[in-house]
Design a protein around this ligand. Structure first.
Ligand SMILES: CSCCC(=O)C(=O)COP(=O)(O)O
Ligand SMILES: [Zn+2]
Length: 214
């Protein structure tokens, strides 16, 4: 990824706003630069009208999964997303990840309540191939994390759980909050998000008609 990812992030945010996944200021998008630093949306920006200055450049402390403003930017008025620690955790856990998207949709909030355990089993849909699962009758579950006011707690729990057990697909849910996906390219992360949201819509629709989802 040699070009500035911010125009792509701006276009993606507008698309997701129109889909109802980044209503108001909800959600945050980030992408890595070749030097390992990453751009992330500034906190509290309306996601349908982002501009190039609505991003903050962060360094990643890979050992501690923490992110810091790059020194040249420390004068910026904008604060990085309140959920930067989650993006930093993903980049630290998955060195190949080049982009990380987090959105709030009605469906991703609803499916996070379909089960009270810490993983959501997915129906064995053909669409799972789009998330990299090429198996007959796949048994895939998405990890669910509790939502905490202190976002660094969510990030710590992601690090702790994923260090023991890597997720089957690059998707995680935060209960009653939203979904986070990551990929090795900007194109890939958008595809993963659209596929995850398709599966969530399918599950919500299936529940409505009493479908057995397993
Ligand atoms: C109405 S959104 C509440 C905060 C949140 O969950 C989110 O995704 C946006 O936070 P940010 O600091 O990135 O604007
Ligand atoms: Zn959020």
């Amino acid at each position: 990824m040699n070009t500035d990812p911010r125009p792509t992030l701006i276009a993606a945010a507008r698309q997701f706003y129109q889909m109802g996944w980044m209503i108001g200021t909800a959600g945050n998008l980030s992408a890595r630069r070749p030097d390992g630093n990453f751009w992330i949306t500034a906190s509290g920006c309306p996601k349908n009208q982002l501009i190039i200055d609505d991003f903050v450049l962060m360094t990643l402390d890979a050992c501690r999964s923490e992110a810091y403003l790059v020194p040249q930017q420390s004068h910026t008025q904008k604060r990085p997303s309140a959920e930067t620690s989650i993006h930093a955790a993903i980049y630290s856990l998955f060195p190949d990840a080049q982009a990380c998207y987090h959105v709030h949709s009605i469906e991703n909030n609803l499916v996070s309540r379909l089960i009270m355990g810490d993983a959501l089993p997915l129906p064995p849909l053909e669409m799972l191939k789009g998330l990299g699962v090429w198996e007959e009758n796949p048994q895939v579950a998405i990890p669910i994390f509790a939502n905490h006011l202190e976002v660094s707690r969510i990030a710590d729990e992601i690090c702790t759980r994923f260090k023991t057990k890597m997720p089957q697909v690059p998707v995680l849910l935060i209960r009653d909050h939203g979904v986070t996906v990551w990929a090795s390219s900007l194109e890939g992360v958008s595809n993963y998000l659209e596929i995850a949201e398709y599966i969530f819509r399918y599950m919500v629709a299936g529940q409505k008609i009493g479908l057995e989802l397993g």
